[in-house]
Design a protein around this ligand. Structure first.
Ligand SMILES: NC(=O)c1ccc[n+]([C@@H]2O[C@H](COP(=O)([O-])OP(=O)(O)OC[C@H]3O[C@@H](n4cnc5c(N)ncnc54)[C@H](OP(=O)(O)O)[C@@H]3O)[C@@H](O)[C@H]2O)c1
Length: 334
């Protein structure tokens, strides 16, 4: 039987999973930690530990049978999202993940929206730095209007120390990236466009390249946008492409790295431009309070589902962004 407060973290052994477990504990929840191997969960000696592989449907259902919310931090999500989210819907468990991969989000919307609605469950892929944050910010900027002719999203990082999971997921995700053109999802131009963006300090003026992530698919799911272009500054891509760039190192007692980020969303152009900006530290660590805020709202009923939904469709975006309990994180818009 489902425990109304039990949250299971799948992929708890990973860099992101550990931040999520810590954040759940910090918010007074007692997570169940899970993954494909019990041996990899030995570090969580005090917690309920469970294992099942994504190839084992009955095992995944058993894992989730008494759980209210599952948070999937095990990527590549092209391998894990559909099996785990399917087991979630089948067991009446709400599902969150952190995929930046566009096809993984499309798959969940296509395969699980109807069954999630029938089951009364909420399935929210991309509830993370890449994907969810831009989706929530744009939803907040647009307000009840929920439509715009022209949107740009720009992500600025002062550097990128990638995890092994990021590297493996990038190599696995070979699909042509999608943008929104003339109101529909369309392949990005080849070669990708380049540009410049003035981010707030300490990121500042940067060269950028058009590089859409899962936010394009989530935004297309619930907002009416004529043109959507997403940009990333090029300096962190050089870090990512360098095999010698180390994994993130803890810079404080919570394990956060020193990486700084800015995410900007603009709507319209010229004097009429409306803008939203989110700033903070460490893209992996910041994903945890986003996920856990979503989990808390799924537990206490503050969600707009059921169904397979975009972050800004599942949650009241402006209220959500201002509630993130992270001293380094700030989101503003007008
Ligand atoms: N959208 C975003 O902003 C965002 C933010 C953070 C992370 N992510 C994504 O989240 C994923 C994890 O990142 P990370 O930084 O935590 O990487 P990581 O430290 O390398 O951890 C990877 C985790 O995934 C698990 N895993 C990998 N393949 C699996 C499979 N086939 N079945 C079951 N478990 C599997 C690993 O389990 P084992 O311990 O058993 O190997 C481990 O727990 C990556 O895809 C990354 O791109 C996205």
């Amino acid at each position: 039987m489902t425990d109304s407060q039990r949250v299971l973290v799948y992929g708890a052994s990973g860099h992101t999973g550990k931040f999520v477990v810590d954040e759940l504990l910090r918010r007074g929840l007692r997570p169940v930690v899970a993954g494909r191997s019990l041996a990899r969960l030995a570090q969580f000696a005090e917690l309920d530990r469970r294992a099942a592989s994504v190839e084992d449907g009955p095992g995944l259902r058993a894992l989730l049978d008494d759980v209210a919310v599952v948070i999937n931090c095990a990527g590549p999500f092209l391998d894990t999202a559909l099996p785990l989210a399917t087991a979630a819907v089948e067991t009446g468990t709400h599902y969150l993940d952190v995929t930046a991969e566009q096809p993984a989000v499309q798959q969940l919307y296509r395969e699980l929206d109807a069954s999630a609605r029938s089951a009364g469950t909420v399935v929210v892929p991309a509830m993370a730095f890449y994907g969810g944050l831009a989706d929530l910010l744009l939803t907040a900027v647009l307000g009840p209007e929920a439509s715009a002719a022209e949107v740009e999203i720009a992500i600025g990082l002062d550097r990128w120390w990638p995890t092994e999971g990021t590297r493996v997921t990038g190599a696995r995700n070979t699909a042509t990236r999608l943008v929104i053109r003339d109101g529909v999802l369309a392949p990005i131009s080849d070669p990708a466009a380049t540009g410049k963006w003035d981010f707030p300090e300490p990121i500042g003026a940067q060269s950028t390249v058009e590089l859409p992530f899962s936010e394009v698919v989530t935004i297309d799911r619930h907002l009416e946008v004529g043109t959507l272009r997403s940009w990333l500054n090029t300096a962190p891509l050089d870090d990512l492409r360098d095999p010698d760039t180390p994994a993130p190192q803890a810079h404080d007692e919570h394990g956060r790295s020193a990486q700084r980020f800015a995410v900007e969303v603009t709507v319209g152009s010229g004097a009429q431009t409306r803008r939203g900006t989110a700033t903070g530290r460490d893209i992996y660590a910041t994903t945890a309070p986003l996920l856990v805020e979503a989990a808390v709202r799924l537990l206490d009923g503050r969600y707009l589902g059921p169904g397979a939904l975009a972050p800004g469709e599942a949650f009241a975006a402006a209220d959500f962004l201002t509630a993130i309990p992270d001293a380094d994180f700030e989101a503003v818009w007008h």
